[in-house]
Write a protein that binds this ligand. Sequence first.
Ligand code: ASP
Length: 311
Amino acid sequence: MQETTPQQWAIAIHGGAGAMTPETMDAAAVAVHEAGLSAALEAGEAVLRTGGSAVAAVAAAVAVLEDDPHFNAGRGAVFTYHGTNELDAAIMDGASRAAGAVSGLTRIRNPVQLARTVMEAGPHVFLSGAGAEEFAADHGIDPIDPAWFATPERLRQLEELKAQKSGWFDAGLKYGTVGAVARDQAGHVAAATSTGGLTGKRWGRIGDSPLIGAGTYADDRAAAVSCTGSGEQFIRAGVAHEICARIRLGGQGAQAATDAVLAEVGAMGGVGGIIVVTPAGETVFALTTPGMFRARSDSTGRREVAIFALD
Ligand code: ASP
């Protein structure tokens, strides 16, 4: 009989859902994205392996992806219609259901760090724009030159979008968002999500990523969830909270609940991907796009990095 190792910790991350396929991504791009995912997973694993909290693990993993210019969060974020980078992030602790969120940041290197500071040191849950950056300064987080976020490739993508004159923003969802969910050795779960939003966004548009209950949610009684995809539909479906509610009240398994809610998003015309971890350490991936940058590992030795839907 095969022996089973008790699950002590588990982590899953994503680097965004999108239109990537084996035909449209060359080997070098695959390698660079897989290396980035692996590095982020390692940062989260290092926290969990040494008994750190799920909150610290998701913050560490997301910060690595924010600093990696290949993912749409922090450095390498997509451009707004006006050629700026505006960053959103959220984090939630499933043990206490404490949460922190920030939006419209232009000068904070690691938005997830600021979201965590809002959660742990502030009286509020959600801060935006100049006020959020003032809160950062009050808490010792120094602003940086916005040029840090800008990459030539993202600028090219904005110019391409504008040349197409096809719509208000990039509804084609090519570039993703980043997120992490984790279960620590104490049995607590946490979730974090960080994004530059959608290429060409304007009018102060904010997606689902920093909205507690839409793109990010964690509850020790159910699961931790981080989403990527068509933010408008994810907001309307209240995706992350809805998945937790179905697990907690509806008795659905994590995979079934996630698939069902993503199908509801689909019925509204949205696509995307979701990562989930339960307090038992089960990790779940679901996606309705051709790809989602993703990875997961746990204390049993399981480790996976994947990009395309059929991997
Ligand atoms: N959900 C993000 C947003 O709407 C975008 C993405 O995940 O690609 O801001």
